[in-house]
Design a protein around this ligand. Structure first.
Ligand SMILES: *Cc1c(COP(=O)(O)O)cnc(C)c1O
Length: 423
């Protein structure tokens, strides 16, 4: 007997905390239960009860080629046939490292890990080891995975010491994490004036994607580069979302700003658990075994995951990013007009194949302004769109992701569903 989503979720809640293995999937913030997916292909997913969904979550960003891309699937099958894991070097980790370094010339060396969390955590350790300094500057609303140091939220004051964002993180572990509002170069500058010589690094999502899509203001990334240079801190771009998405060469190519270290994840694994961090040779050579900063992984550089990543990058390198960006912007602009016609205040933020519609009248440039978005409207929109076969992120503070597999027909059906909404 086929199990439906409701039954599966009830059983899941008995065996898994909250019924899910990552909290956002529970769909609590939009007031419904998750749908269980049986299979997916291209722009579509099918639930266990057979409901077809046009997907704008795309596994939270990794699937820029769409679900079950034929070339990726074939590469994965072939790799599995050769063995799931060797615990010894394999060819594809070399080929993938070379492909990453070609796409992002700021990366002389790259180390594979198993998630974006690991990439950011390891980059921070390396930055600290290399500079001999402890402090890190991050921006409110930016997400760098769930390691202790990054789970900090600010008090009201800028440049105050952080308080932990979750129980289980000792205050001592985040006391070196300093926070600024995103896009506020003045605040970053003041913080540097106070702590610049103690800062190991600044870590930033060069296009923020974890408070909804918030592009960098003109000069923001350049300004951070200049501050880091002036004070001898490293600039770390967390390109876990933006890498291979906002341009094949990532945000660093798109905005022409060169970081010292880059974190990758999501797309680089083609749907498998892969992260990576890399950068300037002199910094990366501090990593064990060539240096003294320790970092390791039993399944790092896994041959199946490497084959998936390699096939993904090979496919992506030949595709027209400009065309996808234009089509995505056209869709997002039409959606905005649909909601405005319903009398809702809407702000559209967009970069390449990621966008967010915020239900607020004011521009969204940081976490504070993002939080002004009307979550009640979003929850209702999410539920009705899902019933109409359109899968959006179950939170208004996420990006919608398009892929090279989304057709004009998909976009047309999405717009029709939006027009039919009763909000
Ligand atoms: C998703 C994400 C991470 C964490 O990656 P995981 O693979 O979920 O650990 C880190 N940084 C950014 C910018 C992300 O979007």
């Amino acid at each position: 007997m086929a199990l439906d989503s409701k039954t599966l979720f009830e059983r899941a809640a008995e065996s898994i905390p909250g019924g899910v293995n990552s909290p956002v999937r529970a769909c609590r913030s939009v007031g419904c239960d998750p749908l269980f997916i049986a299979r997916a292909a291209g722009s579509r997913m099918w639930t266990v009860e057979g409901l077809e969904l046009i997907d704008y979550v795309m596994s939270w960003g990794p699937l820029l080629l769409g679900h079950s891309d034929a070339a990726v699937t074939q590469a994965v099958h072939a790799a599995v046939d050769r063995g799931a894991s060797f615990g010894a070097p394999c060819r594809d980790e070399v080929l993938l490292a070379e492909a990453v370094e070609r796409a992002m010339p700021a990366m002389d060396l790259v180390r594979m890990v198993n998630s974006g969390t690991e990439a950011a955590m390891s980059a921070l350790r390396l930055a600290r080891g290399f500079t001999g300094r402890d402090k890190v500057l991050k921006f409110e609303g930016c997400y760098h995975g769930h390691s202790d140091c990054f789970l900090a939220s600010a008090g009201s004051g800028v440049a105050t010491l952080s308080i932990p964002g979750t129980p289980g993180v000792p205050a001592d572990f985040v006391k070196h994490t300093l926070l600024c509002p995103y896009n506020d170069l003045g605040a970053a500058q003041r913080l540097f004036e106070g702590h610049g010589r103690d800062l190991a690094c600044v870590i930033v999502e060069p296009v923020a994607g974890n408070m909804g899509c918030v592009p960098p203001a003109e000069g923001f990334l350049q300004g951070l580069r200049a501050l880091c240079d002036q004070y001898g801190a490293l600039l770390v771009f967390d390109e876990v979302i933006t890498g291979f998405r906002v341009a094949f060469g990532g945000a660093q190519a798109r905005f022409g700003v060169t970081p010292d270290l880059t974190c990758l994840g999501k797309i680089i694994g083609g749907g498998f658990p892969v992260g990576a961090y890399g950068g300037r040779r002199e910094v990366m050579e501090r990593i064990a075994p060539c240096g003294d900063v320790y970092q390791a992984g039993t399944l790092s550089g896994n041959p199946v995951a490497m084959a998936a990543g390699l096939a993904t990058l090979e496919r992506l390198s030949g595709l027209d990013y400009g065309a996808l960006e234009r089509r995505t912007l056209a869709l997002a602009t039409e959606l905005k007009a649909v909601f405005e016609a319903k009398g809702l205040p809407v702000r559209l933020n967009h970069t390449a194949s990621m966008f967010t519609l915020f239900f607020t009248a004011e521009p969204v440039t940081d976490f504070e302004s993002a939080k002004a978005s009307n979550t009640g409207v979003y929850s209702e929109l999410y539920r009705q769109m899902r019933l109409a076969g359109i899968n959006l992120a179950p939170s208004g503070f996420e990006c919608a992701f398009t892929s090279f597999a989304h057709s004009d027909e998909d976009f047309g059906r999405t717009l029709d569903a939006a027009r039919a909404l009763k909000l």
